[in-house]
Design a protein around this ligand. Structure first.
Ligand code: ZN
Length: 412
């Protein structure tokens, strides 16, 4: 996490001051004198802002500037209830483009690249952000938007697209279509920029291999500009964060206190320059951890790990933090173990007990026993304690829509 230098505190005071010019924070921070934020403790005493708070400001209550300054709005796709509307000034749009162009550069993309954009255009920030960044960089944007695979592939061949921007699932679909049609030699892609959703190592290597590209994870969320506020470089999967535009903290989602450096916690963001809708201590609910040390690429921007999951899904068992992403990646590395699993946590005789059920096509009892042993050993090595492990046949576990319902916590 970036440290609280006097310069940072000055920037934070200015950010709070700017935010309080709008109705939303004027009310939220009523009576606060931003100039009194002169220590880390004073800043950390400010309440967090959550997505539900932003919903209450619908439609334009988040605006912190005169309406004449607003040039655009975006909206986050609320899965439930009222959407969140984020107003942008001309400067905000320009800052976003600057950050996005920096992402492309960090991924080794140049003005000579032809950037094939498949995320959607509309109220949300996806497609238009990829486009803004491409134009700022001076590359050629090919704004396809999602769907119509036939046309995607034709344009990809005819225009010689060199960079694919997509969600991981759409990148995989395109990769499979390219393989199926045997047109790989007509495809000129060299890099893929993938929107940061949680995706497994198995999927990553399949996309990289089938498309023959280097993959980059781009981070962002509509409430804080959109995608493009951080990306990994070619040296590792950790993402550089553009801390000249925002400040971030990594907190324990239960206590709200900062976690020790390197430990998993929830990413919280404060915008430093945003005018239209500044946000102070905004909870992203994304789990990550600080990655320390200098990056061999030479960038001085600090790094966080690729997003590991959602804090809403995180639980603590025997003092160890556990979330579905961790179990997914553990199981995906073991042969004959399917991606379907279920975890039940009980509290028996004063102790937590975790039982992990997983599906396997292996039917032979001896082999199943051996497989259970392997999963148990791997779990202990990678997560930190011994679970009870039970293998079941394919299709035996109930299917659910939500990933988080794979974990059943019976302790409380
Ligand atoms: Zn780097």
């Amino acid at each position: 996490m970036p440290s609280f230098t006097p310069e940072l505190l000055t920037d934070l005071r200015a950010a709070v001051d700017r935010a309080m010019r709008g109705e939303f924070y004027a009310k939220r921070f009523a009576g606060l004198d931003a100039q009194k934020i002169i220590t880390q403790q004073a800043f950390e005493a400010l309440p967090f802002t959550d997505k539900n708070d932003l919903r209450d400001a619908y439609p334009l209550g988040l605006s912190a500037v005169d309406e004449r300054e607003i040039v655009r709005i975006h909206s986050s796709s609320g899965t439930t209830g009222t959407p969140v509307i984020i107003p942008y000034t001309k400067q905000d749009v320009d800052d976003w483009a600057t950050m996005f162009a920096r992402c492309y550069k960090t991924a080794g993309i140049t003005p000579l690249d032809r950037i094939h954009i498949t995320p959607g255009y509309g109220l949300w920030t996806a497609g238009i952000g990829f486009q803004l960044g491409a134009e700022k960089l001076g590359a050629m944007a090919i704004p396809l938007g999602p769907g119509n695979t036939e046309k995607q592939l034709q344009m990809m061949m005819d225009l010689g697209s060199t960079v694919l921007c997509a969600t991981s699932s759409y990148a995989l679909l395109l990769a499979e279509e390219i393989a199926k049609r045997g047109i790989k030699d007509k495809i000129k892609l060299r890099k893929g920029v993938i929107g940061s959703e949680r995706w497994g190592e198995k999927m990553r290597s399949r996309i990289a291999e089938e498309l023959g590209v280097e993959l980059y994870d781009i981070y962002g969320l509509t409430e804080i500009y959109g995608p493009g506020i951080g990306i990994n470089c070619q040296h590792s999967s950790a993402m550089h964060m553009w801390t000249d535009f925002f400040f971030y903290e990594i907190i324990d989602p239960k206590t709200g206190k900062p976690v020790p450096d390197g430990e998993v916690g929830e990413l919280v963001i404060t915008t430093l320059r945003k005018e239209g809708a500044p946000l102070i201590r905004y909870r992203t609910h994304d789990l990550t951890r600080a990655v320390s040390g200098d990056c061999p690429c030479g960038s001085h921007f600090p790094r966080i790990d690729a997003i590991l999951g959602r804090s809403d899904d995180m639980i603590k068992v025997k003092g160890v933090i556990l979330f579905p992403g961790k179990v997914d990646s553990l199981l995906s590395g073991i042969a004959d173990v399917s991606s379907e699993y279920q975890i039940i946590i009980d509290h028996l005789n004063g102790r937590d007990m975790l039982t992990l059920f997983f599906e396997t096509p292996v039917e032979n009892a001896v082999f199943r026993e051996a497989l259970q042993q392997t999963v148990q050993t791997e779990f202990k090595a990678k997560i930190g304690f011994l679970p009870v492990v039970k293998a079941v046949g394919m299709g035996e576990l109930p299917r659910s829509e939500k990933k988080s319902t794979r974990i059943f916590d019976n302790r409380y």
